[in-house]
Design a protein around this ligand. Structure first.
Ligand code: ADP
Ligand code: MG
Length: 818
């Protein structure tokens, strides 16, 4: 009987190609029927043969063609799950969870067999045969078992997204696959992409010596008419609301899918739409006088700028969607009522539908609980129109049925890295052309559709063709440290699909060695191989912090000494440029004006109503103390615009510092729960001892940015008065006139950066003691043999024997006692 069934659904042929290992699956008839509609089913035999005959196969197919849900089933039926697991990686947690549920359901198996594992949770059992996981989870597993012996096949889904983890995974797997073949226990690799832009994987000798075969799945795609806005509105959220209203009022039945950037926006639009239209069950609800009132007042309300530039922490891309750290502002208040008289620019001749048709509004974003996500797959209640308000997850990860209209804001939240601190922040930007086309394609899955782009065609023509891989945008130092933390030692030779600059990788390794995060091992295991430095315990501690290595070292030491709130404030303040107010002016008077402004900044900071004394050690903290004072006082005053204005601070800068502090504080509490840091509006100034420790911590991170005052007798040129010699430049450098250390002029200083103005100026200067240098930045010192006539001493506190030596700091030959 089963044979007949198999034959009637076209199963017979596939059974013939792999008869020995076929694992039968009993599917429900409705499931079986809907599967047969999927374009991927037509390719099953070709695909399975390609996988049987090749170690690596690339599959390209439009979103919704059935790649994620069907390929794991093909593999299971072909027996790949018999002795080992079938693993599928997803860049997003949402996909790992919901796809494992869907596949279990389609195969009529429990989640004990088809399971998922994401960072903090999972339902994997010893019986698991098909395992969905995030790419981060698989990378962690590879640290323990590089050969991945538990798996017979690995499917890398959404490879076109080019997340850093996906790229690293593919690089690692390109080496593991031949190793497994050599061992006689082959591992199959399937790379899946929703776009045809796959040359980085297929024609890449570094990665695969033999180009893997590409299986293209031709999805049935109905034509989609794309409508551009004549003008690009500033308020895309409001524009999206208007557009949905118009479509609902004027166009024939069919689901609407709206693309927004984050959870807060999704909820705001959902609520607004639910209030504006009757939902199922109250179809006859009429707009009351009251709601007209609100509409009017909302219209009159002056729009504030929506600022969603929210910082968030390193980790799964889900956080972009989730908007964990979005300010809790009432976005809904920003959506003003739709103007009924406003004619539909591009659809003057549209047929009118029943304006009282109920609306079925559903949100969709990564961290929405799975049961609520599932609702988008069900048909909407009879007689209602489905409106799904989604983030980027709906672009390729999840295919929503019944969509005829797409409303595309053209925006996405993307991670940007600060060049200086390496802190990453999600910012709203334009999507790429490829993404915009993907989004439009969502409208043509079941019948011809329409895509409304809420931006002009001129704006569209400026979009990037594809968004560059994340690895190209990420600071290299940070990447190197993360990879070393994953026990990938030879980053330079790593087979990246798109490699970072080799020089930059070397420079990053050097800096990390200087910082003590990496260490050269005495003997490389393979004598022929160039030694590559390996990670130290300090490096591991640093790798947990979502900032660049200099700063993560400061944070790691700050944690050790209970100074995290200060170090967090300092790192945040150093990230944000120009915290003091300044105005423009005629170029000729720039200098004078600059000095005036600096004085102003100075005196206003001094006036901050705060008890932070500028004495002793605190004074030696120099400009960093000024930053701390500004942050502390501003936080104390509630970070108001007025306070900033009164004290010569830039409000925008101070709010940025605030969100960055929140970001770092949250991130640190996640990675080291023991730290228990919080943002204290009553942060006290550091004590003398703390200020001294803070200077040492700054030195440990900025060890290669030290300068020493040039002795007066060595200065011939008058303009070189008070010059400093830095480790990084031949030229003399100077303390910036705005610094609080211009009067003290300590012998040794550290600085945050050098800015070329009239002279090369050091910015953010703090004093350091010369004796600290050999202790805190020994990598930059060379030491003499122990001095013979001074006997070694025993330090009973540390239990160490100390030899007396002289140390020479860097190539400049500064001699210091040690
Ligand atoms: P691809 O990976 O190629 O984008 P998928 O395998 O994700 O395609 O989707 C194939 C089909 O399965 C789509 O039509 C989608 O709507 C449907 N589908 C996916 N998940 C579910 C679910 N949880 N419930 C109902 N249908 C689903
Ligand atoms: Mg998919």
């Amino acid at each position: 009987k089963k044979d007949e069934k198999a034959q009637s659904t076209g199963k017979r042929e596939r059974r013939d190609s792999t008869p020995a290992v076929y694992v039968p699956v009993e599917r429900r008839p409705d499931i079986q029927e809907s599967r047969l509609q999927l374009p991927i089913l037509a390719e099953e035999q070709v695909l399975m043969e390609a996988i049987k005959d090749n170690p690596v196969v690339v599959v390209c197919g439009e979103t919704g063609s059935g790649k994620t849900t069907q390929i794991p089933q093909f593999l299971y039926e072909a027996g790949y799950g018999r002795d080992a697991m079938i693993g599928i990686t997803e860049p997003r947690r949402v996909a790992a969870v919901s796809m494992s549920q869907r596949v279990a359901e389609e195969m009529n198996l429990s989640q004990r067999t088809v399971s998922y594992q994401i960072r903090y949770e999972g339902n994997v059992t010893p019986e698991t045969k098909v395992k969905f996981m995030t790419d981060g989870v698989l990378l962690k597993e590879m640290q323990k078992d590089l050969l991945l012996s538990k798996y017979s096949v690995l499917v890398i889904d959404e490879a076109h997204e080019r997340s850093v983890y996906t790229d690293i995974l593919i690089g690692l797997l390109s080496r593991v696959v031949p190793l497994r073949t050599k061992k006689g226990n082959p591992l199959k690799l399937v790379i899946m992409s929703a776009t045809l832009r796959i040359e980085d994987f297929t024609h890449n000798q570094r990665l695969f010596k033999i180009s893997p075969p590409v299986i293209k799945v031709n999805a049935r795609q109905f034509p989609v008419t794309v409508h551009f806005n004549k003008q690009t509105p500033g308020e895309y959220l409001q524009e999206a609301y208007k557009k949905v209203c118009k479509i609902h009022r004027m166009l024939p039945a069919g689901g609407i899918l709206v693309f927004l950037t984050g959870q807060a926006e999704v909820h705001a639009l959902c609520r607004k739409l639910q209030r504006s239209f009757p939902s199922v069950g109250d179809a006859k609800v009429k707009k009351t006088a009251e709601s007209k009132e609100t509409k009017k007042s909302k219209k009159e309300q002056k729009l504030l700028k929506i600022d969603l530039d929210n910082y968030t922490i390193e980790g799964d891309e889900d956080q972009a969607d989730d908007g964990i750290l979005e300010d809790d502002i009432d976005l809904e208040a920003h959506i003003v009522g739709v103007d009924d008289e406003d004619d539909m620019d591009d659809n003057g001749d549209m047929p009118t539908s029943d304006a009282d048709l109920p609306i079925h509004v559903l949100p969709l974003y990564s961290l929405l609980p799975p049961d609520r996500q599932q609702r988008v797959f069900l048909p909407p209640p009879a007689g209602s129109r489905l409106v799904v308000v989604a983030t980027n997850v709906a672009e390729t990860s999840l295919t929503i049925p019944h969509i005829k209209y797409v409303v595309d804001t053209g925006k996405v939240k993307k991670r940007f890295y600060d060049k200086v601190t390496g802190a990453s922040a999600f910012q709203v930007t334009w999507v790429s052309k490829a993404s915009a086309d993907q989004r439009a394609g969502r409208a043509g899955r079941t019948e011809p559709g329409h895509c409304y782009r809420l931006y002009s065609s001129a704006v569209f023509s400026d979009f990037q063709t594809f968004s560059p891989p994340e690895i190209a945008r990420r600071p290299v130092e940070d990447l190197v440290l993360q990879m070393k933390d994953m026990s990938i030692d030879k980053v330079v030779n790593f087979p990246f699909p798109t490699p970072p600059d080799v020089e930059a990788v070397h420079a990053a390794e050097q800096l990390l060695v200087q910082l003590g995060a990496l260490q050269h091992t005495a003997k490389p295991k393979d004598p022929k191989a160039a030694p590559s430095p390996v990670i130290t315990p300090l490096g591991r501690a640093m790798a947990r912090f979502p900032v660049s290595p200099r700063f993560s070292k400061m944070l790691a030491l700050g944690e050790q000494h209970g100074l995290l709130p200060y170090v967090i404030s300092i790192v945040a303040a150093l990230t944000v440029q120009e915290i003091f107010l300044s105005g423009g002016g005629p170029a000729g008077r720039a200098e004078e004006q600059q000095e005036q402004q600096e004085q102003h900044a100075h005196s206003s900071i001094a006036q901050l109503k705060n008890t932070w004394a500028g004495q002793g050690q605190s004074l030696l903290l120099g400009d960093i103390m000024v930053l701390l004072r500004a942050v502390g006082a501003c936080e104390f005053a509630g970070c108001t615009n007025k306070f900033c204005e009164d004290n010569g601070l830039r409000y925008k800068a101070m709010t940025e510092i605030r969100s960055l502090r929140t970001l770092l504080t949250n991130a640190i509490n996640t990675v080291c729960p023991g730290a228990k840091v919080h943002i204290d509006p009553n942060m006290r100034p550091p004590t003398e001892l703390q200020a001294k420790l803070l200077r040492q911590i700054m030195l440990s991170g900025l060890g290669d940015r030290i300068a020493r005052r040039v002795p007066t007798d060595q200065i011939s040129d008058k303009s070189h008065k008070f010059a400093y010699q830095s480790t990084s430049m031949e030229e003399y450098v100077f303390i910036h006139p705005s610094s609080v250390l211009t009067k003290t002029r300590p012998e040794y200083v550290i600085f945050h950066e050098i800015i070329e103005a009239r002279k090369p100026y050091m910015h953010c200067v703090a004093a350091v003691e010369p004796e600290w240098i050999p202790l805190l930045v020994p990598n930059l010192c060379t030491f003499s043999e122990p001095v013979q006539d001074v006997p070694p001493t025993y330090d009973s506190d540390t239990g160490r024997v100390r030899c007396h030596r002289t140390s020479t700091f860097s190539r400049l030959g500064w001699q210091m006692p040690s």
